[in-house]
Design a binder for this molecule. Structure first.
Ligand code: AMP
Length: 308
């Protein structure tokens, strides 16, 4: 099945305890698309400015990502984000967010993007996410990610957009902030009442948890000796997750498939954080993904553990 993503296409300035980059390719849609491209055809929707050149397009096209719906805004500047991580890499501080070309963006999807079977509304202003959702009435599965900035500044719009998707990805602090519930189970129940059938709560280095009508499934993150830059981990997770689902037939998407999607999501996120930005994922292979998938399955199997 085909997959379309809308979200930020960005230049990021990132500082971690292990180094820094003043300007590198990033953005929620970019991290998502690169990870999903290992499993299926992906189309990216979003605007860029004059500073977005051939080298940046080539990173996406090099992985087979379709860039026809990336709109070049004459005289515009690409979205820019600057962030810094503490020694505890789960703690991130945003120093600057410049929407630039996203400030005026009115998404107009090509017929090919509209015809996607799966749609991912990666993190960006929720009105824009909803405009894209409305242009794709026939999608079989729509997912959404967001962040604290939009919960604080556009809550009402975000809740409306959440009501129009099947699957929500958010980190643990964000679901607590959005629902004002103290436990993840209560928060997930509140979100399911807003519309989505499935909620995936990302917990940084501790992994992720999935809530749906069949219950609960939790998976630890793949253990790594070195994490260099967590930027984009959440988007890579969602890219592995939805990319894998898009590689199945619609009828095969059941709770078991969602568990496997969680595992592929964790694997893609684990590669993403091993180097800055998209550096590691750019030279990743499907074989490396499958090896780590098998490892993670082995590590988390509890079949051998006596029931009591
Ligand atoms: P993640 O680490 O998965 O939460 O996402 C990191 C990416 O999100 C970076 O590459 C940024 O360019 C992008 N980003 C940061 N802030 C925003 C925002 N307010 N809206 C959209 N994308 C953002």
């Amino acid at each position: 099945m085909s997959l379309t993503v809308v979200g930020s296409i960005a230049f990021d300035a990132v500082k971690t305890p292990f180094g820094e980059r003043e300007r590198m390719l990033g953005g929620s849609a970019v991290h998502f698309a690169l990870s999903a491209s290992f499993f299926t055809d992906v189309r990216v929707v979003g605007p860029v400015g004059d500073d977005f050149g051939e080298a940046e397009y080539e990173v996406l096209r090099g992985r087979g990502v379709n860039t026809d719906d990336i709109e070049h805004v004459e005289g515009g500047k690409t979205f820019f984000w600057k962030g810094e991580y503490e020694w505890n890499l789960n703690i991130r501080h945003t120093h600057d967010t410049q929407l630039n070309v996203f400030g005026e963006f009115e998404p107009k999807l090509s017929n090919a993007s509209k015809a996607a079977d799966l749609l991912f509304l990666a993190n960006i202003q929720p009105d824009l996410q909803r405009q894209v959702r409305e242009q794709c009435p026939n999608v079989r599965l729509a997912g959404l990610d967001s962040m604290n900035l939009w919960i604080e500044t556009a809550r009402e719009s975000l809740v409306k957009t959440i009501g129009a998707v099947d699957l929500l990805f958010m980190n643990d602090d964000e679901v607590r902030m959005l629902t004002e519930q103290p436990t993840l189970l209560k928060a997930a129940q509140d979100i399911i009442a807003m519309g989505p059938r499935t909620v995936v709560v990302k917990q940084g280095e501790y992994g992720a948890a999935l809530f749906d009508e069949e219950g609960f499934f939790a998976l630890p993150a793949y253990p790594l000796e070195a994490v260099i830059d967590p930027t984009g981990a959440g988007d890579s997770f969602a890219g592995g997750f939805l990319g894998y689902l898009a590689s199945l037939d619609e009828g095969e998407i059941d709770h078991g498939a969602l568990r496997r999607a969680m595992t592929y999501g964790s694997v893609l996120a684990s590669f993403n954080v091993e180097e800055f930005g998209v550096e590691r994922v750019q030279r990743l292979t499907r074989e490396e993904i499958e090896d780590r998938y098998a490892d993670l399955r082995r590590m988390t199997a509890i079949e051998g553990v006596p029931a009591r």
